[in-house]
Ligand binder design. Structure first.
Ligand code: ZN
Length: 432
């Protein structure tokens, strides 16, 4: 079967590209020559679950050119790169979603290869490079989706896309679709037999207790601090999530310390969180207003109150003498990122599920319990994020509730149900 695929690939290649070696032609087809550069390194790799695909993101020190191809026996997606270093990349890394496992190989002749084994026939939805911008390094994005054996067999044996960082995502798309079929399969060595396969990882939930240290957050009725309420709830949620056996959990802080908003986002990216949940409790002028509300990121605030709340929460860093304008820049710039759009839709979906499940356990605010605004702490570009205002510290009743462990247990239960429903949606939708 492999021989037939390779031979067919060679035939097609010969028809399209007479007398040209496949790889040379691929490189020549690039719209721009790759820039001369130092050897690039992979800084970080993460897999993200999406309802219709699994996304692999490589964060790189420098932009690189790449070639993506799809293969069978075993089913895998291969990304060929120039000579790239990846400290620790030679071990087989655990998969998630469509991806069974993946590994990185240095190759002869100053080249590197990323082999992404899938759990069945798969197709590449899209692959592109996001140029470095606004403090983010270049990112290579590979979206893979399941396909049927029949569709896999019917599609060309090898589909190739190429790109470099000197081409914007939009500019890279049309040539990628028009690329001729190139017999990369003929150049591939026999597939490596599967090694000891690591079990797929449990989703990582990052729980972020708002404020801390010099920043007490809101000061409530009776002098209660928001930073203490959020930490107590974060610990309870961690206890319940870990108790379920279905998740890995990290807290951005487990003691009374100050952490900058951008560092909370950095921690989320460092641990490759699948979900980021920031816990808060607001305070306003009225003692009567009470209930829970949930917020997601948007470049346009849903209403004036949400906008003011975001401004208030974004001021956290100013309390420790940080320059606030940089947080506002962060919010403004990240929203241009196309990869963010997808993440924002997931965040909204999560928020809607949260209202459904939390609404059964605790009181929600009466008017529009899900709102959107530019929260600096929700700007991780590739993970769904939400901010929960668990209640109002200006309400004696909410303060009394949030100070009780029985109430935190109920709230935690609703959050675990929400998280269960969310990941069920993600993984369930992926399998269909
Ligand atoms: Zn807060």
């Amino acid at each position: 079967m492999l021989a037939i695929v390779a031979a067919l690939g060679a035939l097609l290649g010969a028809a399209v590209l007479p007398c040209a070696p496949a790889q040379a032609q691929t490189t020549a087809a690039l719209p721009f020559p790759p820039p001369v550069q130092e050897r690039a390194s992979v800084l970080n790799a993460r897999l993200g679950l999406h309802p219709d695909k699994t996304r692999l993101v490589l964060e790189l020190t420098d932009s690189v050119s790449f070639t993506v191809s799809v293969h069978g026996s075993p089913y895998r997606v291969v990304v060929d790169l120039p000579d790239v270093s990846w400290p620790g990349g030679n071990t087989v890394m655990a998969g998630k979603g469509v991806v069974a496992r993946y590994r990185f190989e240095g190759r002869d002749g100053g080249a590197s290869r990323l082999v992404v084994e899938t759990d069945g026939p798969a197709r590449v939805v899209e692959s592109y490079l996001i140029p470095p911008r606004d403090g983010f390094k270049p990112r290579f994005v590979l979206d893979i989706a399941r396909t049927t054996p029949a569709q896999f067999a019917a599609s060309p044996p090898v589909a190739v896309t190429t790109g470099t960082a000197s081409v914007s995502r939009e500019a890279a798309r049309p040539p990628a679709r028009k690329d001729p079929i190139v017999p990369v399969a003929a150049a591939l060595p026999p597939p490596v037999p599967p090694r000891a396969a690591p079990v797929p990882e449990k989703p990582m939930i990052l729980v972020d207790p708002g404020h801390g240290g010099v920043d007490p957050g809101a000061v409530g009725v009776g002098g209660v601090y928001e930073k203490d309420i959020t930490l107590a709830m974060a610990r309870e949620l961690k206890r319940q999530l870990e108790g379920s056996g279905r998740y890995r959990v990290r807290l951005t802080r487990d003691k009374d310390v100050f952490i900058r908003l951008r560092d909370r986002v950095a921690i989320a990216r460092e641990v490759n969180a699948d979900l980021f949940l920031s816990l808060h409790a607001d305070s306003i002028g009225s003692a009567n207003m009470r209930g829970l509300s949930i917020y997601t990121l948007s470049d346009r605030a849903s209403d004036r109150e949400a906008e003011m709340l975001a401004a208030k929460e974004n001021r956290a860093d100013a309390l420790a003498g940080m320059d606030l304008s940089s947080e506002n820049d962060l919010v403004a710039s990240i929203l241009i990122d196309l990869a963010q759009r997808d993440t924002m839709n997931h965040s909204k979906r999560f928020a809607n599920m949260a209202l459904e499940h939390l609404g059964r356990e605790v009181k929600l605010i009466p008017n529009k319990p899900h709102r959107q605004a530019g929260f600096a702490v929700l700007t991780a570009p590739d993970m769904p994020s939400a901010l929960v205002e668990m209640g109002y510290l200006s309400s004696p009743q909410d303060v009394s509730l949030l100070s009780k462990s029985a109430h935190r247990e109920k709230l935690g239960r609703g959050m675990v149900r929400t998280i269960d429903a969310y990941f069920k949606w993600l993984t369930g939708a992926q399998k269909s």
